[in-house]
Unconditional design. Structure first.
Length: 319
């Protein structure tokens, strides 16, 4: 089967307006700005909005930057662990807001979901589709207890999206990937129906570092690459200490890493596209760069993709 190429035609991201700082949280729990920053790297997070509303707003920005309309999208993949309803999925609501006439499906792989979506999008391109909208959106404030120091300091809301399309020029390509899950770790991070998140923080930290290392190496092996071949890495934005610990094992540096954790907190499936949007704004990725995306989260799930970057050029877009 001919490789269709893999181009990020447009990327968009949004955060709700309401900011909750570490000092705000200190009013309702025994914590402080210094305590939270030292242990997580988080300074604030956003709350409010709906998953479908944030997803549609981010997707609309991505579509504008890709210069495409509703009729140009062949499939919508929405990664979320905080859907608007138990039934139906949230993706059809997003498709309705955007005016899409295509398949629309939710992906529930927690913090790995958006990277799962990239692999699924590549498969759809291989099957003949032209353009896939991959969105990560979360309203985690609805399942977060902001009086619980173990979880309340971590989570926030946001959305990010990418229009992924065939790249007939051959410049862009999905070079390697790895997807995985281990259900015996379900009860290290979970939430019951209508409940709030519970977490075994030490075990999440330990398993996340292991999963990152294993998944990154598996994707590198599939791509026939080494750590030295990677120009830039965007990991799930859960905790800066997890990333630092994993990077020591893998050999990546923080200088080649895209982070947005300080201002967003952990936004689960939205975190990687949110960070990607910021990285693009800052001009840190260029066409031809080899970029790795790494997700890890509840389930436990993990996912890595390696792409040769082609696409979104912010200098060519007028507001």
């Amino acid at each position: 089967m001919t490789n269709p190429g893999f181009r990020f035609a447009g990327v968009g991201a949004v955060l709700p307006d309401t900011i909750v700082t570490n000092d705000d949280l200190g009013k309702n729990m025994d914590t402080s700005d210094q305590w939270i920053r030292e242990r997580t790297g988080i300074g604030s997070r956003r709350v409010g909005g709906t998953t479908s509303g944030l997803a549609a707003e981010a997707a609309a920005l991505a579509m504008k930057r890709a210069n495409v309309g509703p009729d140009d999208i062949d499939q919508l993949l929405l990664a979320t662990t905080s859907p608007d309803y138990m039934l139906p999925g949230t993706a059809p609501a997003v498709a309705e807001i955007l005016g899409l006439d295509c398949g629309a499906i939710d992906i529930q792989a927690a913090c790995s979901g958006w990277v799962y979506g990239l692999v699924m999008a590549n498969g759809l391109l291989l099957q003949g589709e032209e353009r896939i909208l991959v969105v990560g959106a979360e309203t985690l404030d609805r399942m977060t207890d902001y009086t619980d120091r173990g979880t309340g300091i971590l989570f926030g809301n946001g959305a990010g999206a990418a229009v992924v399309e065939k790249d007939s020029s051959g410049a862009g390509e999905l070079l390697g990937w790895d997807l995985g899950a281990d259900g015996k770790y379900i009860k290290i991070l979970w939430a019951e129906h209508a409940g709030t998140m519970k977490m075994d923080g030490k075990e999440v930290f330990r398993q996340a570092v292991i999963a990152i290392q294993r998944s990154a190496n598996a994707a590198l092996d599939r791509a026939g690459l080494t750590v030295e071949d990677i120009d830039f890495v965007i990991p799930h934005q859960a905790n800066i200490r997890i990333v630092e610990a994993a990077w020591k094992r893998l050999g990546f540096t923080m200088e080649q890493t895209g982070m947005r954790l300080e201002e967003t907190g952990n936004t689960s499936a939205a975190s990687i596209p949110l960070a990607l949007d910021k990285v693009l704004d800052d001009g840190r990725i260029s066409d031809g760069d080899t970029v790795m995306f790494i997700g890890f989260g509840a389930g436990m799930t993990w996912a890595t993709t390696i792409v040769r970057w082609s696409g979104d050029d912010r200098s060519a877009v007028t507001s």
